[in-house]
Design a protein around this ligand. Structure first.
Ligand SMILES: *Cc1c(COP(=O)(O)O)cnc(C)c1O
Length: 399
C-alpha cells in the first residue's frame, strides 16, 4: 500500500469537506519544486496562490523562523515587540503610507480596511456614510465583511443578507459615477483582479477613481493582497497607475508562506480606529513580523521586483505564443508575474489542471476562465522554461 493511502482515507473521514482537493499529499519543497509523499516532483508555477514568492525553503525564511522562534514567538498586543516596529517602518517606507495595522490573513486585512473607512466618517460626524463601491468579479475574502465586498455570486450565495456594498462593472467609470452618492465611504479595488480571472484594470481607470475620490471626499481603498510585494513588476500594483490609495491591504506574499496580513493607511486616517475599536490577538506578533521582514529584505537584496518585471515580460511573451498555437487557449493577459491564459469556451478547466498536475506542473484556475500563472519571484529561467514546455505539450494533447 502506498504511504498516501492511509492519509487520504483519514482526510476523507476527518477533514471538513469544504475543499475539493485531488488525491495528492504535498510533502516538501525546494525553490520552485514540490514533492508529494509518493516521491513525485512538480514544478511550482502557482506558489501556493501567489504566496511563496521566495520559493520553498528559502534559507532567509528558514533562518528567520528558527532564530525568532528561539527568541520569542508570541507576546500579544499588550506590549510592543521590535520586529513589528521594524516591519511597520519598512512597509510604510516601501508603500509610502504612514501607519500600519497587522493581522493574520488577507480577509482580516480587508475587514480592517472596511472598518477603517466606515469609522473614519463616523468619527467626522458623518454617521450615514458607510456604503462601499466595489466591482463585479472582484475577490476580497471569505469573512462576512470581505465577502460582502466580493463581487462574485459563487462566494456569496446562501450567506445573505449582505448589505452596504454596491457592485459595478470593473473598468466602467460611468457606472462608478452613477453608483456614487453622499453615503459612499470608499471605493475598493484591485489593480488586477486575480481570483476574478487575471483581469488588468484598463489604462487610466485607477487614476480616474483617484480623481473621483478626491472630488467626492470618499476613500480610495486598494486591495493589494494578490498584486502587492512585487508580483506585478512594481512593489504595489497601484504604482503602474501612478497614484496612491488612501489605504491598502497586503497579505499573501508578505509572509512568503507564513500567515500575516497588513492594512496601511495615510496619516489623515490614524484617528479612525482608536484603542478598543479594532484588534486581534495574534496580529503583529514577533514571529510573523520577523518573517515578513526577512521576506522584504530578501525581495530587496535579490532585486525581486525588477526580476518579476523582467521574467513577467518573458512569461507574457511565451504565453502569447501558446495562445496562438493552441485551440484550447483564447488569449493571454496579465501584468508581471501575475499572468493568465484565457481558456476556450466550454473547456473543462478542472480536467486541464489535473492533466497538468499529472504531467508535473502546478497551476490554478482563476474565475473559472483562466489558467493562472503566479510562480515564485525567485524561479530560475530554466525551471520556468521547463514548466512552460510541459504546459505546451499538455495543451497540445488536450483537445
Ligand atoms: C487571496 C485574496 C484575499 C483573501 O486573502 P485570505 O488570506 O485568503 O483571507 C483578498 N483579496 C485578494 C485580492 C486576494 O487575492
Amino acid at each position: 500500500m502506498s504511504p498516501s493511502n492511509d492519509l487520504l482515507a483519514s482526510a476523507e473521514q476527518h477533514l471538513y469537506p469544504n475543499y475539493a482537493k485531488p488525491a495528492v499529499v504535498i510533502d516538501r519543497g525546494l525553490g520552485a519544486r514540490l514533492w508529494d509523499t509518493e516521491g513525485r516532483s512538480y514544478i511550482d508555477l502557482y506558489a501556493g496562490i501567489a504566496v511563496s514568492i521566495l520559493g520553498h525553503s528559502h534559507p532567509a525564511l528558514v533562518s528567520a523562523i528558527a532564530a525568532q522562534a528561539q527568541k520569542l514567538v508570541h507576546v500579544s498586543n499588550y506590549f510592543h515587540n521590535e520586529p513589528n516596529i521594524r516591519l511597520a517602518e519598512k512597509l510604510c517606507a516601501l508603500t509610502r503610507m504612514d501607519r500600519a495595522f497587522f493581522c493574520n490573513s488577507g480577509t482580516e486585512a480587508n475587514e480592517a480596511l472596511l472598518k477603517l473607512a466606515r469609522r473614519h466618517f463616523f468619527q467626522q460626524g458623518e454617521t450615514e456614510r458607510y456604503r462601499i463601491i466595489a466591482f463585479d468579479n472582484s475577490f476580497h475574502g471569505r469573512t462576512l465583511g470581505s465577502m460582502t465586498a466580493t463581487g462574485q455570486k459563487k462566494y456569496r450565495e446562501g450567506f445573505g443578507p449582505l448589505a452596504g456594498v454596491t457592485h459595478v462593472p470593473f473598468g466602467d467609470l460611468a457606472a462608478v459615477r452613477t453608483a456614487m452618492g453622499p453615503d459612499v465611504a470608499g471605493i475598493l479595488v484591485e489593480s488586477v483582479q486575480g481570483e476574478g480571472g487575471v483581469v488588468v484594470a484598463p489604462p487610466g481607470f485607477i487614476a480616474h477613481l483617484r480623481a473621483l475620490c478626491d472630488e467626492t471626499g470618499c476613500l480610495l481603498l486598494a486591495d493589494e493582497i494578490q498584486t502587492g510585494i512585487g508580483r506585478t513588476g512594481r512593489f504595489l500594483g497601484f504604482e503602474h497607475a501612478g497614484v496612491q490609495a488612501d489605504a491598502l491591504t497586503l497579505a499573501k506574499a508578505l509572509g512568503g508562506g507564513f500567515p500575516i496580513g497588513a492594512m496601511l493607511c495615510k496619516e489623515a486616517l490614524k484617528g479612525a480606529l482608536p484603542p478598543g475599536s479594532h484588534g486581534t490577538t495574534y496580529g503583529g506578533g514577533p514571529l510573523a513580523s520577523a518573517v515578513a521582514l526577512a521576506v522584504l529584505d530578501t525581495v530587496e537584496g535579490e532585486e525581486l521586483v525588477a526580476r518579476a518585471a523582467r521574467l513577467g515580460e518573458l512569461l507574457a511573451a511565451r504565453l502569447t505564443k501558446l495562445s496562438h498555437q493552441h485551440g484550447a487557449i483564447k488569449s493571454q493577459r496579465g501584468q508581471g508575474l501575475l499572468q493568465g491564459l484565457v481558456l476556450a469556451d466550454g473547456l473543462d478547466a478542472g480536467a486541464l489542471m489535473a492533466r497538468l498536475r499529472e504531467a508535473g506542473v502546478l497551476l490554478t484556475i482563476a474565475g473559472g476562465v483562466a489558467l493562472r500563472f503566479t510562480p515564485p519571484l525567485t524561479i530560475s529561467e530554466a525551471d520556468l522554461e521547463e514548466g512552460l514546455s510541459i504546459v505546451d505539450r499538455v495543451l497540445g494533447e488536450f483537445a
